[in-house]
Design a protein around this ligand. Sequence first.
Ligand code: ASP
Ligand code: MG
Length: 409
Amino acid sequence: MGIVVQKYGGSSVATAEHIKAVAERVEKAHEGGLDLVVVVSAMGKTTDRLLALAGEVAKDPSPREIDQLLSTGERQSVALLAMALHDRGVEATSLSGPQAGMRITGRHGSGVISEIQTERMRQLLREGHVVIVAGFQGMNALGDVITLGRGGSDTTAVALAASLHADRCEIYTDVDGIYTADPRIVPAARRIPMISPAEIAEMAWRGAKVMHPRAVELGALYSVEIHVRSSFDEGPGTVIREGKDLEHLETRETLAGIVHDLDVSRVALTGIKTGPGTLSRVFAPLAQAGISVDVIVESAPKEGAADVAFTVRRADFAEARRLTGKVASSLGGQVEGEENLGKISVVGTGMLNRPGYAARMFDALGRAGIPIRMVSTSEIQVTCVIPAERVEEAVRRLHEDFELEERDV
Ligand code: ASP
Ligand code: MG
């Protein structure tokens, strides 16, 4: 019988009542004959609460002890879910990340999964148990608990599905799937019934909040079929998989959706002397400081001087400006910046074959009088950097302009 991995996020296990409801759902799937591995997150806002607590006892708590502390959140949920299942007469065993054989390398708070030793889980499945695994954690070579970083339970679930060769990974959350735009901003947004791994990876990295981007990428890498569903109703949700059996061929709608991100600042170096190696002088100090840079635009040099602009997260704005300010003055230029920006992206496969998308996007934003600060394109997306306060309006305009609410689903 096939293995299915189910993952329930923090909002799905927020209270004892929620946990009992999850147990009911798990029992049904188990009765249906599935071999089930269930990954759960910490209850509700537990992780935030534990972090706040750490901050109350120490100014600078050590990463190792933070991991010791945070990993307990998920361990509470797995034990409680196992008890709720026992109460219904279902055989179930809870495992912490280390007990489940999750081997992790890397630093505390940002571990990466290197291997999963699945024997214990497989043995329990053979004995007919539901296996419940604590998300977001594993063990390093020293035997210490390492966490995967915020939102890491999605990654645990997808990694388990990959290494157990599961039929699919079901992600249960508080929304009933992935939408053509954020439904809180665009009430007419539609649920996307099926989407390719490349498209959803792009949407996740560019601001869609439903699944952790890392988990989406892992799923794409190992061809894990992922179903995103609501834990509160029975809807079909969104299926993430390669669309080989899609109908419509070339007439298929290429645009999957519109995503936005309000955490964007822009730094620009103007009038800097350029030549070979200039960009490396600008970006090396940022890389050293661990600042990730997104959209980069360089103007054509005029009389040996050019402008280079790039975006960073708001939290990195001041530092990025300071670091590049030094470089700019050593190159005879200046630095300027804009802190409150946002990004809006239209995402879909086959954009290169349809050059009209970018033009249509610029036209819609232009007609709305929304200034575009920067643009970046690839074969799967077009992104415009615009003022933060115009982002919501831009999302609505583009959703309407690309007729996404009329899509036949
Ligand atoms: N509990 C962890 C967090 O809140 C991991 C997760 O929920 O995926 O970040
Ligand atoms: Mg969570």
